[in-house]
Design a protein around this ligand. Structure first.
Ligand SMILES: Cc1cc2nc3c(=O)[nH]c(=O)nc-3n(C[C@H](O)[C@H](O)[C@H](O)COP(=O)(O)OP(=O)(O)OC[C@H]3O[C@@H](n4cnc5c(N)ncnc54)[C@H](O)[C@@H]3O)c2cc1C
Length: 435
């Protein structure tokens, strides 16, 4: 097994992994790994935007909107941290070159379902790509950070509830022992476990399977968000999202009878239920969405990529209705973390969609996840830096731990992905039934 020693290991190169890297000290060696291409993360797919507290008067209403969407099951403390940190994070993004839409030189805010006022910053309908590509460019300039693509975490190196890094596999099948004083799991959601999902298929919740095996606490792993409107297609693969802001701007939903059947800006879970009911009533695998009411100018200015993509699928959204269907979209639950993004295992942090800090409760408010990912990834980086402690066991002991872990993996390597997939889905079902 090939060995690499680093100070901090970050699993995942989405927004949370990159933002954590940017907040680690420059005198620490940081290794980032990603299962696929560096740019293949859900962070690049985010369309609608990123929330920000508009001003002091917006605090209560932002809090209430988030809690209401989350069915009041949110951790209030985490929501407060997110809202209070939002302006600073947005200013940081702008300092990395992120360009948000502006009107007369001032930041322009849009609104999505369940927000009582416009507080979402956006870049056309490719906000995630704009943010994540600028963060990636900033990380690539850092001499202390190395990124390895097509390297998959298979297990963690653990002894006595402390993490010493991970065992990973390179694209060519070589096993790697990646030893680290601290590890941050930033490995995203679980959409790859579902047939219909807006997520990248390689996001299969590997960190959750590993957490289960090592008795790291999970939280609310049955809280899975279905997005009400993705473009219906008979083709297999990732479903294309028709952003919530399309409905926030006034697009309407219709059943087969050409009549409206729901309030389009209901919270995602409630609107999904309404759409499923309508699909059943109509006996169709989709309902209709009318974007034509937005007018060609708004569509081309605000939603140019949705326009283009629908055109490729044979629909001109400026002239005709499109068929839409709900699909798995977001994972509210995850690896339980505290207010500093620390898991229940020593020297192990988790941030972004793979973690659960309680911000989203039972249902995520639109455009809160990029913000939550960035705020809590930064907190992970700052927290571990503040309490830095080298590994408690010697390099020799870590080496033999890696050999032991590697040998166990070797036995199961050919079907490990299938086993992990099964274990996560089984646990989700178990938790659902226990409710
Ligand atoms: C279509 C779409 C639209 C969205 N729109 C919005 C929006 O408008 N606003 C908003 O706030 N949020 C939106 N979201 C949600 C948001 O994009 C994600 O929640 C957020 O980007 C998650 O960031 P992350 O860093 O946690 O994970 P990701 O960006 O998904 O990154 C996960 C990383 O982990 C790596 N990885 C996974 N498993 C392993 C492994 N075993 N070993 C090594 N690497 C691994 C992946 O390769 C990837 O690099 C949207 C999501 C989708 C899918």
């Amino acid at each position: 097994m090939k060995e690499i020693k680093t100070d901090v290991l970050i699993v995942g190169t989405g927004a949370s992994g990159l933002f954590a890297a940017l907040h680690l000290p420059r005198d620490k060696q940081v290794l980032m790994i990603t299962k696929d291409e560096v740019r293949h993360s859900d962070s690049f797919l985010a369309q609608g935007g990123i929330c920000v507290q508009r001003d002091e008067n917006d605090f209560d209403s932002f809090m209430e909107d988030t809690l209401k969407a989350g069915h009041y099951e949110n951790r209030r403390e985490s929501v407060e941290i997110m809202i209070r940190s939002s302006r600073e994070v947005i200013n940081e993004l702008i300092s990395y070159g992120v360009e948000f839409a502006r009107k007369d030189g001032e930041l322009d805010y849009t609104r999505e379902g369940c927000h009582s006022k416009p507080r979402i910053l956006f870049h056309e309908d490719i906000t995630g790509e704009e943010i994540t590509s600028k963060l990636l460019a900033a990380v690539e300039k850092l001499p202390n950070v190395t990124i390895l693509d097509h390297v998959t975490m298979l297990d963690i190196l653990e002894e006595n509830n402390q993490c010493y890094g991970v065992v990973a596999e390179q694209g060519n099948g070589t096993l790697l022992s990646l030893e680290a004083d601290y590890t941050i799991l930033a490995s995203g959601g679980i959409g790859g476990l579902y047939t219909n999902s807006t997520n990248y298929p390689h996001l299969t919740g590997d960190a959750l399977a590993i957490a289960l095996r090592h008795h790291i606490q999970l939280e609310h792993i049955d809280y899975i968000q279905i997005h009400p409107t993705t473009l219906y297609s008979k083709k297999p693969g990732r479903r294309f999202l028709i952003s919530e802001s399309v409905r926030g701007e006034g697009a309407k939903l219709y059943g087969a009878d050409g009549k409206r059947f729901a309030n389009e800006v209901l919270p995602r879970d409630l609107l999904t239920q309404e759409i499923h009911k309508q699909m059943e009533k109509d006996g169709k695998p989709y309902v209709w969405l009318d974007m034509t009411v937005l007018g060609k100018d708004v569509i081309l200015r605000h939603f140019p990529h949705i326009y283009e993509r629908c055109l490729q699928e044979g629909y001109d959204v400026t002239k005709e209705w499109i068929p839409v269907v709900p699909a798995q979209h977001y994972f509210m639950g995850g690896i339980h973390v505290d207010r500093y993004s620390k898991t229940t295992m020593e020297h192990l942090y988790a941030a972004g969609e793979t973690s659960c800090n309680g911000v989203h409760g039972a249902n995520r408010l639109a455009s809160n996840s990029l913000l939550e990912s960035l705020v809590f990834a930064k907190r992970a980086a700052l927290d571990l830096t503040g309490k830095w402690e080298d590994a408690r066991i010697s390099r020799e002991e870590i080496r033999s731990l890696a050999e032991e872990t590697g040998a166990k993996i070797q036995e199961q390597k050919d079907n490990l992905a299938a086993v992990y997939r099964h274990e996560v889905l089984e646990e989700i079902e178990r938790v659902k039934k226990a409710q």
